[in-house]
Design a protein. Structure first.
Length: 195
């Protein structure tokens, strides 16, 4: 249980620094193979899934705020029309937006980038011999370094993925929100004629 809590804490704290991992130098074949063995040993696919699920959960939490922002920024409706469609949007659209939010975090592209970000981050923070040492025996001095810098590695992985995919997720939800506003506007009272 404590290990799972640590992983989730790692995920929550990791977001800001992941972008730097996306820009690391290419890895040599020996180091790449060592990282592959390490990722298999630590079951990195489960970590990628956890990162994606966490990000999707965040996107779902943001969906109602995205709808509100899109309604406020809408230039085709008057304030009275906007107010009139709020109940319709609340009843018909919020759950659809929540359900559709963050789908980008379940794509193969996201998963591939998450794996690549791990390769880049491990390649940046560890030597090939250290990676082999981590894989073989976590409690060695090298394992202690693993514990010490693992939070930094996580920050690199999650931060870059959030920077890349959260704007896409918000954009997709924004477009869906605009469509929901347009559909709800059809049933809104017409604006009074301007004099």
């Amino acid at each position: 249980m404590q290990r799972n809590v640590k992983k989730w804490m790692w995920l929550l704290l990791a977001a800001p620094a992941m972008a730097m991992a996306q820009q690391s130098a290419p890895l040599d074949a020996d180091k790449k193979a060592a990282i592959k063995d390490l990722l298999e040993a630590i079951d990195a696919n489960k970590l990628v899934t956890a990162i994606g699920e966490g990000a999707q959960g965040q996107a779902k939490q943001l969906a109602p705020q995205v709808l509100e922002r899109q309604l406020v920024e809408n230039k085709t409706l008057t304030d009275a029309q906007k107010q009139a469609i709020v109940p319709t949007l609340q009843q018909n659209s919020v759950q659809k937006l929540v359900d559709g939010a963050g789908k980008v975090f379940t794509t193969d592209a996201f998963k591939n980038d998450a794996v690549q970000a791990q390769y880049n981050a491990y390649g940046k923070f560890y030597t090939t011999d250290e990676i082999k040492g981590l894989t073989a025996f976590y409690k060695s001095p090298v394992g202690q370094k693993y514990i010490k810098v693992q939070d930094q590695v996580g920050q690199e992985v999650v931060g870059g993925l959030m920077q890349k995919y959260m704007p896409q997720s918000i954009d997709a939800t924004s477009k869906q929100a605009d469509a929901e506003i347009a559909a709800a506007a059809k049933s809104a009272p017409k604006a009074p004629a301007k004099k």
